[in-house]
Ligand binder design. Structure first.
Ligand code: PLP
Length: 429
C-alpha cells in the first residue's frame, strides 16, 4: 500500500515505512495514495462472515503487496483475538461493541494491530538504515490510560520491549494494575515526580543521540496509519452482518476522529455503508467546521466522555484529504451533532430504562447521535465499568467490574523506581 502525506510535501512510502515513521516528514499524516474499490461481488462473498475473516480478507486486499499472506493473516488474527458482539436494541438500532479487548476500550483494536505491524516492519527498516540494534523499545509517558493500552498491546510481541513511565502515586489503582502486573517485555517505571517530569524524561531520551545509538526507541504514535487500517475492518464486518440492501449508517462517538476516518476509508474501499454520524461532546470543532467551513480549534473542555475531549482533532486533516477538501461532499456522507454532559447522563438512564442496556458516556453520545440523525448502528467504545462514577448514579445500580480487571487488581505489582533524571532513565534503558 503506497502511502502519501496529507500535506503533499513528502515522498510516497510503503505502508511499512509509514508505520515506523509515524508522522510524515512534512508534518502531515500518512494516508493511502489510493483505496482500491473492491467489487460488490467481493463484498457479498464476505456477507455474514466472522469478524476475523473479514479483517484478514481486507488486510490482504490492502497490504498483500508488502506482507507475506500467512504472516499477515497470523498477525491480524493474533491482534484481533477478541469478539465484536452486535447487540440489537430494537428493530432499527444495533450496538457494535468494540470494547472487548484487554483494556476494555476500543483503542485496543488499533493499538494491538499497530504493535504487531511495528514489530514486523521494524525488521525490514532496521536492515536498511545501517544500525545494528536488535529489537525495538517503545517508550511511553503516561498519566494513566495510554500506558495501559500500549503496554497491553505490546505485551508478548517478539523483539519489542515497552517502558512505561508514570508519576508515582498519581494514577488510579485500576490503571496502575493494568500496566504493572504484566511483566515479561513490559517494564513499569514509577518516576518520583509529576506527569510533566515523565514527559520531559521521555523527550530527553528521544533527543539523546548516544542513547539512541544503543537503543532503538519508538513512541507508538497515536496518529499512525497502522492504527487506522484495523479500524476499517469492523465497519465492513458490521455492515456485512446486515441483510443485503439494508441502509447502514454508523453513529461514531468522535474525539480525535481516527475512528471516523477509518470508516470513510472502509466506505471508499466499497464496503456497503450509506453514511456516518459524527457525534461529539461539547468539544465541537469538527461539527462547527462542517457547518461553517472554518476550522477553528479551541482548547479542550473537560467532559464526562473524557477520551473525546479534543479541541484540535488531528484526523480532520485526513478526512479533508479523503474528500479532496470538498466540504459539500463530506456533508453528504457525514452529519454531525453535539451533546452536553447532562444529555449524556440522561441518555445513559434512558438506554438502561428502555432497553436494559448499560452504556458508558462515550457510547451514550453515539446513541444520542443515532437518535438525532437516524443511524442503524452505533459504536460502544468503552466498558461501562471504566466510567462507573458516571454510570452508576445515572442508572441507580452498581456496574460489575469485568473479571480480568478485577484479577489484575489482585496480582502483584512489578515496579522499578527512578528519580526524575535523564541519567537514571538512560541507565535503566
Ligand atoms: C478514543 C476514544 C474515542 C474517540 O475516538 P477517536 O478516534 O479519537 O475519534 C471514543 N470513545 C472512547 C472510549 C475512546 O477511548
Amino acid at each position: 500500500m503506497i502511502c502519501v502525506s496529507t500535506r503533499g510535501q513528502a515522498p510516497a512510502v510503503p505502508f511499512r515505512q509509514a508505520v515506523v515513521s509515524g508522522m510524515a516528514p512534512d508534518g502531515g499524516l500518512y494516508v493511502p495514495a489510493a483505496l482500491e474499490r473492491q467489487s460488490a461481488a467481493w463484498w457479498e462473498g464476505l456477507r455474514h462472515a466472522p469478524f476475523q475473516d473479514v479483517a484478514v480478507a481486507m488486510a490482504r486486499a490492502l497490504l498483500g503487496d508488502e506482507f507475506d499472506e500467512g504472516e499477515l493473516s497470523a498477525l491480524i488474527r493474533e491482534a484481533l483475538n477478541f469478539p465484536i458482539p452486535i447487540v440489537r436494541l430494537d428493530d432499527s438500532l444495533q450496538v457494535v461493541e468494540l470494547f472487548h479487548g484487554p483494556t476494555f476500550a476500543f483503542k485496543d483494536v488499533g493499538a494491538r494491530t499497530l504493535a504487531r505491524f511495528l514489530a514486523l516492519s521494524e525488521r525490514g527498516v532496521a536492515a536498511s538504515d545501517g544500525t545494528r540494534v536488535e529489537g525495538l523499545t517503545v517508550l511511553v509517558a503516561t498519566s494513566g490510560d495510554t500506558g495501559s493500552a500500549v503496554a497491553q498491546a505490546f505485551w508478548g510481541v517478539p523483539r519489542t520491549r515497552v517502558v512505561v513511565l508514570y508519576p508515582e502515586g498519581q494514577v488510579s489503582q485500576v490503571q496502575e494494575a493494568q500496566f504493572t502486573t504484566l511483566g515479561g517485555n513490559v517494564s513499569a517505571v514509577a518516576v518520583h515526580g509529576s506527569f510533566d517530569d515523565c514527559q520531559r524524561l521521555a523527550k530527553e531520551a528521544f533527543a539523546d543521540a548516544a542513547l539512541r545509538q544503543r537503543v532503538r526507541l519508538t513512541s507508538a504514535n497515536s496518529i499512525s496509519l497502522g492504527r487506522l487500517v484495523p479500524q476499517m475492518f469492523y465497519y465492513a464486518y458490521a455492515a456485512l452482518q446486515a441483510a443485503p440492501g439494508s441502509r447502514v449508517v454508523f453513529s461514531v462517538p468522535s474525539g480525535n476522529f481516527g475512528n471516523l476516518a477509518a470508516g470513510v476509508m472502509a466506505w471508499r474501499m466499497g464496503a456497503p455503508i450509506a453514511g456516518f454520524i459524527a457525534a461529539t461532546n461539547v468539544n465541537d470543532t469538527v461539527p462547527r467546521y462542517l457547518e461553517t467551513g472554518h476550522y477553528e480549534p479551541r482548547p479542550s473542555v473537560a467532559t464526562v466522555a473524557n477520551a473525546m475531549d479534543v479541541g484540535a482533532p488531528s484526523n480532520l486533516e485526513r478526512l479533508q484529504w479523503l474528500f479532496s477538501g470538498d466540504r459539500a461532499a463530506m456533508r453528504e456522507m457525514i452529519s454531525a451533532n453535539v451533546h452536553t454532559d447532562d444529555e449524556v447522563k440522561r441518555a445513559i438512564a434512558e438506554l438502561h430504562r428502555r432497553y436494559g442496556y448499560v452504556a458508558d458516556p462515550h457510547t451514550a453520545i453515539a446513541y444520542l447521535g443515532a437518535v438525532e440523525d437516524g443511524a442503524s448502528h452505533l459504536f460502544a467504545t468503552a466498558h461501562p465499568a471504566k466510567f462507573a462514577e458516571v454510570v452508576e448514579p445515572a442508572i441507580g445500580e452498581a456496574v460489575a467490574m469485568p473479571g480480568p480487571l478485577a484479577e489484575a487488581l489482585a496480582r502483584p505489582r512489578l515496579i522499578e523506581r527512578i528519580g526524575p533524571t535523564p541519567r537514571e532513565l538512560a541507565n535503566l534503558l
